[in-house]
Design a protein around this ligand. Structure first.
Ligand SMILES: *[C@@H]1O[C@H](CO)[C@@H](O)[C@H](O)[C@H]1NC(C)=O
Ligand SMILES: *[C@@H]1O[C@H](CO)[C@@H](O)[C@H](O)[C@H]1NC(C)=O
Ligand SMILES: *[C@@H]1O[C@H](CO)[C@@H](O)[C@H](O)[C@H]1NC(C)=O
Ligand SMILES: *[C@@H]1O[C@H](CO)[C@@H](O)[C@H](O)[C@H]1NC(C)=O
Ligand SMILES: *[C@@H]1O[C@H](CO)[C@@H](O)[C@H](O)[C@H]1NC(C)=O
Ligand SMILES: *[C@@H]1O[C@H](CO)[C@@H](O)[C@H](O)[C@H]1NC(C)=O
Ligand SMILES: *[C@@H]1O[C@H](CO)[C@@H](O)[C@H](O)[C@H]1NC(C)=O
Ligand SMILES: *[C@@H]1O[C@H](CO)[C@@H](O)[C@H](O)[C@H]1NC(C)=O
Ligand SMILES: *[C@@H]1O[C@H](CO)[C@@H](O)[C@H](O)[C@H]1NC(C)=O
Ligand SMILES: *[C@@H]1O[C@H](CO)[C@@H](O)[C@H](O)[C@H]1NC(C)=O
Ligand SMILES: *[C@@H]1O[C@H](CO)[C@@H](O)[C@H](O)[C@H]1NC(C)=O
Ligand SMILES: *[C@@H]1O[C@H](CO)[C@@H](O)[C@H](O)[C@H]1NC(C)=O
Length: 600
């Protein structure tokens, strides 16, 4: 099923892909589990979220893209047509791709899909539940959109630790520039920083005009339609470039229930800091009187609020019996400019519900991470951008990663030497920073401790593909061996993206049970683009085909292996005829008819 957006806040499941119970059609993914098929045309569409017309990246003409709504263990087949004028890869933030880094959609595992070509991703969401999102992983394209939600539902046999909500709403929040991604790229390539963003979007739309001075006329905002007394699951993803955002809904408590595939201890928040790349689910009950609509706010965090006020996302929560528009000032963000610990304490309060089951029937807490011995320790330190060979670059441990033209996993498959080195340092290098293609040598079935030390002056978030890790500690200052005494040894939450505050560290533990080559990256797009990433290589020393799936038949070749690549005749769908347009109209028309039937 894909979800067709029908204007303000209304979503409707439209049957655009078939979900069939078959195992015969495709590849080596698990037999017996259902398949969900998606057909995506990724192309530029014109939009003006902040009043300035620009090319944004849409999927099947939608921005944000369609929601991938699936269930644990389903097989997902996504045929992606690259209708852009540059190469494309889609990555699946938080999807673990068990035994299958071939489908991860980053430069270390995949060649980019050339302009005009299509490529079919095929993976199983094995033993996962929760809220995730996908986005284009290269060429700074996420700054132009191309993102959308992934919902992995529990199987019916596994209880969810809360009652069935009356509705399911996805919100994408993120900072946004009126310059397009190619211009932003040029700025970074030219050694400039991007400066302050022009605004914050909510679901691809600009702010509601809550203040005539701050918000110009003629900007379209998002409206979320709800019914009084009902409880909704609201999934919020920070899909932005580099701004941490405080998320809040005026007069409403937000009960946190899930983050990136883990059920959390359920607690009410009046606001929560959501950092770049993070995903959360809240249950929100519409328990207020409907004297007016309410504001939904995403405002920049850990910055000087008076300067950043214009960079604020505002959407509207509209009760079906509402008596008027939202008015007056926005609900206050936390007043803690001089209190660095508020946001960190809030982050520490997010804990794992040990007794809840997640994708499997056994409780989450049956994996007791504190009883496992750590086998490898990496301290990964970032510093403010540096200049290497005259270029502005970002580093980890003094190394700025520069992706080789041949994907690492493909190089391994063909036993090519010299594409990368397996010598990433366990501690920051002394001496001048350098460009490298150095990879972490992960021990299969080892238990790795990673400490992210943030020496920069802004919040950084880090993500690891292929895994969920335990967030066991964070604090200000330099990490030392003694810091381990402060770790949460019981209910640190398992997730895939964690924040690291400026001048602080965050410690995580990860069980290296997933064979493949996996990206460890700064989610802040400018730092990532400038080289703040590394890969972890996890190889089973035993010669077996059981712990990793074979290379897919449709794998693309590039770099040193370019000679194996067969040509594909480019076919740009959108530009070829008006049929797509007519079809699009038809789908919308049909959707409206169905919507009328559903909502009346
Ligand atoms: C981005 O904007 C520049 C002008 O500032 C234009 O030349 C370029 O084609 C645009 N790129 C895209 C992808 O729209
Ligand atoms: C996802 O699909 C399930 C059925 O499999 C449906 O009950 C649910 O409403 C869908 N969620 C969304 C957000 O479309
Ligand atoms: C491209 O799409 C067509 C159908 O639209 C499909 O038959 C073909 O397998 C796809 N090619 C790749 C390499 O995924
Ligand atoms: C934890 O999960 C259990 C099992 O589903 C549930 O009954 C309980 O309410 C949850 N506890 C909290 C504090 O969220
Ligand atoms: C609108 O914002 C401006 C600039 O921050 C502020 O001076 C003014 O008081 C605000 N107006 C209202 C009605 O809140
Ligand atoms: C959360 O707040 C709601 C009111 O908005 C209240 O009914 C509920 O009991 C609270 N839940 C917890 C776990 O504090
Ligand atoms: C409804 O809520 C608003 C905002 O909290 C409050 O000012 C107003 O007095 C309430 N009205 C009623 C009838 O409870
Ligand atoms: C925030 O910026 C304003 C305007 O430049 C300045 O007056 C104020 O002192 C700053 N506040 C803090 C807490 O630095
Ligand atoms: C962890 O290490 C300790 C001390 O070296 C050892 O006694 C213990 O058996 C180990 N535990 C596991 C689960 O391997
Ligand atoms: C990588 O680690 C494995 C143990 O997991 C070790 O056998 C191998 O020698 C290491 N390779 C390099 C290049 O250090
Ligand atoms: C960065 O490191 C230097 C040298 O250790 C230290 O003096 C400085 O306070 C650090 N800054 C931050 C933001 O961590
Ligand atoms: C693994 O699979 C490949 C190709 O399918 C085959 O050539 C190889 O012998 C297999 N290795 C083992 C250990 O089964």
């Amino acid at each position: 099923m894909t979800v067709t957006r029908l204007g303000p806040g209304r979503t409707l499941a439209a049957v655009a892909v078939a979900v069939v119970l078959t195992s015969a059609l495709v590849g080596p993914v698990s037999a017996g589990d259902p398949y969900a098929y998606f057909d995506w045309d990724v192309s530029y569409i014109t939009a003006a979220p902040l009043g300035v017309k620009q090319q944004v990246i849409g999927i099947n003409g939608q921005f944000p893209g369609p929601i991938v709504n699936i269930t644990t263990n389903w097989n997902v087949v996504v045929n992606v047509l690259n209708d852009l004028d540059e190469p494309l890869l889609i990555t699946w933030n938080g999807i673990q791709h068990r035994k299958n880094s071939w489908q991860d959609g980053v430069l270390g595992t995949n060649c980019q899909i050339p302009s005009g070509w299509n490529w079919t991703y095929q993976f199983q969401v094995k033993d996962q539940i929760g809220s995730f999102f996908y986005f284009p992983s290269t060429n700074f394209q996420r700054a132009a959109g191309g993102y959308g939600g992934i919902i992995v539902n529990n199987r019916d046999v596994i209880p969810v630790p809360f009652g069935k909500p009356d509705g399911d709403i996805t919100l994408f929040i993120g900072d946004w520039y009126s310059k397009n991604h190619t211009d932003l790229r040029k700025m970074l390539d030219g050694g400039k920083s991007l400066g302050m963003p022009d605004g914050v979007l909510i679901n691809g739309k600009g702010p509601y005009r809550y203040n005539d001075t701050l918000v110009p006329r003629g900007i379209e905002h998002e409206t979320i339609n709800v019914h009084p007394g009902k409880t909704y699951r609201i999934r919020v993803h920070n899909v932005g470039i580099s701004t941490s955002l405080n998320f809040r809904i005026q007069n409403h408590n937000m009960l946190l229930v899930e983050t990136e595939g883990s059920y959390t201890v359920q607690q009410n928040y009046t606001n929560l800091d959501i950092h770049v790349g993070q995903s959360y689910s809240f249950l929100v009950t519409m328990d207020q009187n409907a004297s007016s609509d309410y504001y939904i706010v995403a405002s920049a965090r850990i910055v000087n609020e008076s300067i950043w006020r214009r960079v604020t996302g505002v959407a509207i929560l509209h009760y079906s019996n509402s008596k008027g528009k939202a008015s007056g000032p926005l609900p206050d963000p936390p007043q803690d400019f001089y209190d660095k610990t508020f946001s960190m304490n809030q982050a520490r309060s997010i804990r794992w519900n040990l007794s809840a089951g997640a994708a499997r029937p056994n409780p989450q807490g049956s994996f007791r991470y504190s009883s496992i011995n750590v086998s490898q320790v990496y301290l990964l330190k970032n510093v403010p951008p540096v200049v290497i060979n005259g270029k502005r670059r970002a580093t980890l441990n003094g190394i700025s990663y520069f992706p080789p033209e041949t994907p690492l996993r493909l190089a391994d498959q063909y036993k090519l030497k010299g594409v990368y080195t397996l010598d990433f340092p366990t501690r920051p290098l002394k001496g001048a920073p350098k460009i490298g293609k150095s990879v972490i040598n992960g021990t299969y079935r080892g238990f790795m401790e990673i400490i992210f030390q943030n020496n920069d002056t802004k919040v950084q978030t880090y993500h690891i593909d292929g895994y969920a890790f335990f967030v066991v500690g964070m604090d200000y200052g330099e990490w030392t061996e003694d810091s381990r005494g402060t770790y949460n040894k019981g209910d640190g939450v398992a997730r895939s993206t964690t924040q690291v505050f400026p001048g602080a560290w965050t410690a995580i533990l990860v069980s290296l049970d997933n064979v493949g080559i996996w990206n460890v990256r700064a989610e802040n797009l400018d730092a990532w683009y400038l080289g703040q990433e590394v890969y972890v290589r996890v190889v089973n020393p035993e010669d077996t085909n059981k712990t990793e799936l074979p290379m897919p038949d449709n794998a693309l070749y590039c770099g040193l292996l370019q000679k194996f690549q067969n040509e594909q005749t480019p076919h740009h769908r959108a530009s070829s005829s008006s049929i797509t347009y007519v079809r699009g109209k038809l789908v919308v028309l049909m959707s409206i008819l169905v919507a009328m039937a559903t909502f009346t």
